[in-house]
Design a protein around this ligand. Structure first.
Ligand code: SF4
Length: 514
């Protein structure tokens, strides 16, 4: 295991006095906070920009506000490195700001794109960005050195992550819920369960033991081969950071652990962490895989003693064919049901405060009606209660599944991520995959997926009624058995609870109304 001391506890090794602005245009900031540690270690003062939004592009007034703030971060004529954490889901906003920054700063700005998708988006990035850094955030250091020394470095820098880097927490420029840019430590985060409640987001380990074909982990594994590693923090230092941040921001209501699979850590790590976290007392959220829950029941029980609130587990589909052959996942139906039994018992016994969250992928053009039907059946058979969260199938460039879908003509070359992961309604209205709905089998596929979309939410029994998320038991057979036209399916979809309700920030709703 490779372990690194947090940036705030050590001295920079070399002074590179360069202005650096690091920008996140979506809900998550861990990527730029990690790079900020690297930049601070190199001797520069990183300015962090948290600019979350759900819109495809920032409205003009917001864009202007962002660029003005960015101008304030660097003196006239001073060179500045502006780094973006690129994600397919928020690519259009990053590109928008990069173009505007280039216009405003000219060649005194060095624009850097970071993140897994930067490698696969390379051709699209080159006209706007000077460099792309993939893998470890340490890839930014040679760029800073080149800026200082007047030398050159390759435009694409790939570095396999080799050690755990703690994120840097400090005051940032934050686009708040009202559309103003303020100085703050914490920022708005929209979450399906916690909505806009204040959180502290942190990762204490990077990497996953799975390699699902649709996920960026699979892209990184392909890119780095044997050099791909799972890297963990030291639990004592992790606790110190969490305690310090909560002390500085008393409004934090829960801790959001963004680790791909929190239960991959050793029992010893978990025991040390739990001993420290006991005095923190805030509820916390974490992700885990079915396999690690199967093997880590003792770890779960220990974590439940100190505030474990929600466990989020991906199941994705009930079709064994899709699980194994398309997604490359490990678990079968029996294991999923057994693991759900563990999680729901923890909830029913009052050991954790929220039912487990279970992620599913819907609107998958590789599935047939029979596959979707198996997913519905699996949900009917799973122990209760659980919260189902539906994600619409999205093909992210760089992932094995994107390449397969492109080669097989399932998506056209111009396919791009356009709609929020939860925005089922707009996706089906746009017929994203260009399916022929005069075909009865495609129409049945759409109807089954619409039913699945309606099963988003809490699966439970209240009084005499069994709820499948937004659908009650008595309606399910009727929906499944009734032959529907395209118009009737769209009508049904529009009548179901929309997971996008309540997601937008107040300034976004105001903008949408205009
Ligand atoms: S389990 Fe989750 S994080 Fe891990 S590869 Fe699959 S989708 Fe990605």
């Amino acid at each position: 295991m490779n372990i690194e001391t947090p940036a705030r506890e050590r001295q920079p090794t070399k002074e590179i006095q360069m202005k650096v602005a690091l920008i996140s245009v979506d809900n998550h900031t861990i990527g730029i906070q990690t790079v900020a540690t690297v930049v601070a270690d190199a001797g520069s003062e990183p300015a962090l920009f948290y600019l979350p939004s759900h819109l495809r592009n920032y409205p003009e007034a917001i864009e202007e506000r962002i660029i003005q703030t960015l101008r304030g971060a660097a003196k006239e004529d001073e060179r500045i490195l502006i780094g973006f954490h690129l994600k397919e889901m928020s690519f259009s906003r990053s590109l928008q700001l990069a173009k505007t920054a280039r216009k405003g700063f000219g060649n005194r700005a060095v624009l850097v794109a970071g993140g897994t998708h930067a490698a696969s988006l390379r051709e699209e990035l080159l006209p706007y960005f000077d460099h792309a850094v993939v893998g470890s955030g340490e890839g930014i250091v040679p760029i800073l050195q080149a800026m200082e020394n007047g030398t050159t470095v390759p435009r694409l820098i790939r570095r396999p992550p080799s050690k755990f880097i703690y994120p840097l927490f400090r005051d940032a420029y934050v686009l708040d819920g009202s559309g103003q840019i303020v100085r703050a430590r914490i920022r708005p985060l929209a979450h399906p369960q916690y909505k806009h409640r204040q959180s502290m987001e942190i990762m204490l380990e990077v990497g996953c033991s799975y390699a699902c074909s649709f996920c960026e982990v699979a892209a990184l594994r392909e890119m780095f081969g044997k050099q791909y590693r799972i890297l963990s923090s030291q639990p004592e230092q992790a606790i110190d950071i969490i305690r310090e941040q909560i002390g500085l921001s008393p409004g934090i209501e829960y801790v959001y652990f963004f680790d791909e699979d929190f239960l991959l850590k050793s029992e010893k790590w978990i025991d040390t962490f739990v001993a420290g976290y006991a005095s923190i007392g805030l509820p916390f959220f974490m992700f885990a895989t079915p396999r690690s829950i199967s093997k880590g029941r003792g770890k779960l029980s220990t974590l439940a003693d100190v505030g474990l609130d929600t466990i989020n587990m991906g199941v994705q589909t009930g079709s064994p064919r899709i699980t194994r052959d398309l997604f490359g996942r490990k678990e079968d139906r029996a294991e999923i049901i057994s693991v759900l039994g563990v999680l729901t018992s923890l909830y029913r016994d009052g050991r954790v405060t929220s039912p487990p969250m279970v992620d599913w992928i819907i609107l998958n053009p590789y599935e047939k009606k029979e596959d979707v039907s198996q997913t519905i059946k699996l949900m009917q058979d799973m122990p209760l209660p659980f919260n189902a969260v539906m994600h619409c199938m999205s093909f992210f460039r760089g992932t094995p599944l994107y390449k397969k879908a492109l080669t097989e003509g399932v998506i056209p070359p111009e396919y791009r991520f356009r709609y929020d992961l939860h925005d089922f309604l707009n996706r089906i209205r746009a017929n994203e995959f260009g399916l022929d709905f005069t075909s009865r089998s495609n129409l049945e596929w759409l109807k089954y997926n619409t039913i699945l979309a309606g099963m988003n939410g809490l699966h439970t029994i209240k009084g005499e009624t069994r709820y499948y998320g937004g659908i009650v038991e008595k309606d399910l057979p009727r929906y499944l058995e009734t032959e529907m036209t395209l118009e009737e399916i769209l009508e049904l979809a529009a009548s179901l609870p929309n997971p996008m309700d309540g997601v937008l920030f107040p300034w976004e709703m105001e903008y949408a109304r205009q």
